[in-house]
Design a protein around this ligand. Structure first.
Ligand SMILES: [Zn+2]
Length: 83
């Protein structure tokens, strides 16, 4: 165990530990820097896709981790990647 956990982008250790670049994780750190909530797979018209939601506040401590402006600015990249 190290105490050098990189919290640069995170408000608390809980969030830092929960967020993963893995697309199957519950909380995903996207390349754009956005934190996305993974709502699971949904089948629509025969195609299965992962439903992702943007979150504005940390689910653990309530800190605002990204503003609406951040989300909007980065959303184009998110859609490109996940469609
Ligand atoms: Zn937090």
């Amino acid at each position: 165990m190290t105490e050098d956990t990189d919290l640069a982008n995170f408000c608390c250790e809980e969030l830092a530990e929960a967020v993963s670049p893995d697309a199957n994780a519950g909380l995903i750190e996207h390349d754009s820097g956005l934190i996305l909530l993974n709502l699971g797979e949904r089948e629509e018209e025969g195609e299965t896709g992962v439903v992702l939601a943007t979150i504005r506040f940390c689910p653990f401590c309530g800190t605002e981790i990204q503003t609406d402006e951040d989300i909007e600015a980065a959303l184009g990249g998110v859609e490109e990647t996940f469609n």
